[in-house]
Design a protein around this ligand. Structure first.
Ligand SMILES: NC(=O)c1ccc[n+]([C@@H]2O[C@H](COP(=O)([O-])OP(=O)(O)OC[C@H]3O[C@@H](n4cnc5c(N)ncnc54)[C@H](O)[C@@H]3O)[C@@H](O)[C@H]2O)c1
Length: 366
């Protein structure tokens, strides 16, 4: 039987509750599709700070390095909010991104008709929208140096640095073309080339890589107009690729198309590839929701959808990924609803609904 190893980092708040549902769903898919997952549970974030004083203990990093994939819940909460503390839960996320070179953040945005009422967009605008946003994750303003405040001759100033190497741009753009080839073949590259030198190099690289992917239609778009068009014409987009800061903003904005941040899945892919896929870290977009932690009411769908991406992109289990995604879609359309979606059902009700469907189609056709 095929065996996969997954570093399991439930983290803080509702992280353990939603990760537990995703783990059971993946195990059920494994039983149906003939694979095993070895889950290596490790501390991260606030829990790790409490245990060892570090948000990302060396043992956790090592487990992530040697795994086929990482499943993460969420980190943080009021207990660890002191801005003067030596260690902060979010440090773990930035460290994992840079240590594992998780350079590409993927966020699918789908407009499920069943959630039309949850979206501020009119149904005729959002219906049919199905976008994959690809954000560069390890370069740009968030990592560029110098960064900080200084004072010279009584003048206070501050600097952030937007730096990209050609190679950093090329690897994310290449991945964007590959992903567009597997979808509808349309790629929008978002930049600010009328102002920024980094964007002009970005455009140049996109045009070079485009020559190797003739089946993909490419368009260049400015980030300011894209921020408007993504909400007024969301069905125009297939794959969007952009740099770190622009991607951070556009991907949260696009959650309005889906209707709820609580349903959004994400993958952060690294440079290391295996025969099964690419090392990746998978996590829901939402945070640790400390206000509802431990109450059994958290919505696990974003984490289960993230686990489906893990099966597809890192573990090479595309059939199981399809099955998990169908179960999530069925839950959105016809399943129990947690409070964030206007219902009053609990986490376990959603888990039971999903587990009853995973692998069910196989039994019928067998
Ligand atoms: N990647 C991460 O680990 C990550 C991301 C964002 C925020 N955080 C951290 O999480 C903590 C809380 O942050 P926040 O309140 O701004 O954002 P949040 O996403 O945790 O919560 C925002 C709102 O959505 C609700 N919510 C979120 N996920 C839900 C789910 N699965 N089911 C039902 N309701 C859900 C919460 O109850 C809350 O009302 C902070 O410490 C923050 O730093 C972590």
């Amino acid at each position: 039987m095929r065996t996969h190893s997954v570093a399991y980092l439930p983290g803080d708040g509702i992280g353990p509750e939603v990760c537990d549902v995703a783990r059971r769903c993946v195990n059920a898919a494994g039983a149906a599709f003939g694979f095993n997952v070895r889950w290596d549970e490790q501390s991260v974030g606030g829990r790790a700070i409490d245990e060892s004083g570090r948000a990302l203990p060396p043992a956790t990093l090592e487990a992530c390095r040697s795994a086929d994939a990482i499943l993460l819940g969420a980190v943080g909460g009021p207990r660890w909010d002191d801005p003067t503390a030596a260690a902060r839960p979010e440090d773990a996320l930035l460290a994992l991104r840079s240590e594992l070179e998780l350079f590409a953040n993927l966020r699918p945005v789908t407009a499920h008709p069943a959630l039309a009422a949850a979206s501020p967009l009119r149904p005729e605008v959002r219906d049919g929208a199905d976008i994959l946003i690809l954000r560069e994750l390890t370069g740009g303003l968030y990592f560029g140096r110098p960064q900080g405040r200084e004072e010279h001759d009584g003048v206070e100033s501050v600097v952030d640095t937007l730096r990209y190497t050609r190679a950093e741009i090329e690897r994310i753009v290449e991945l964007a073309f590959e992903l567009a080839e597997g979808r509808r073949g349309h790629l929008t590259s978002v930049d600010k080339a009328n102002v920024l030198a980094s964007s002009r190099l970005w455009r140049e690289v996109v045009n070079e890589v485009a020559a190797r992917h003739a089946s993909v239609t490419v368009e260049h778009a400015l980030v300011d107009s894209t921020a408007y068009l993504i909400l007024t014409q969301p069905t125009h987009y297939d794959v969007i690729v952009t740099e770190n800061l622009f991607g951070d903003i556009l991907s949260d904005e696009a959650a309005a198309i889906a209707g709820s941040l609580g349903l959004m899945a994400s993958a952060s892919l690294g440079t290391r590839t295996t025969a099964k896929g690419r090392l990746g870290m998978y996590e829901p977009v939402h945070g640790s929701a400390p206000g509802i932690a431990g109450k059994g009411v958290a919505n696990p769908l974003a984490t289960v959808a993230s686990a489906a991406m893990m099966l597809r992109l890192s573990l090479g289990e595309a059939d199981a990924a399809d099955d998990l995604e169908s179960a999530v879609t069925a839950a959105i359309e016809d399943g129990p609803r947690t409070a964030d979606l206007g219902g009053s059902d609990g986490t376990e009700a959603v888990a039971g609904f999903l587990l009853a469907r995973i692998g069910a189609g196989l039994e019928v056709t067998a």
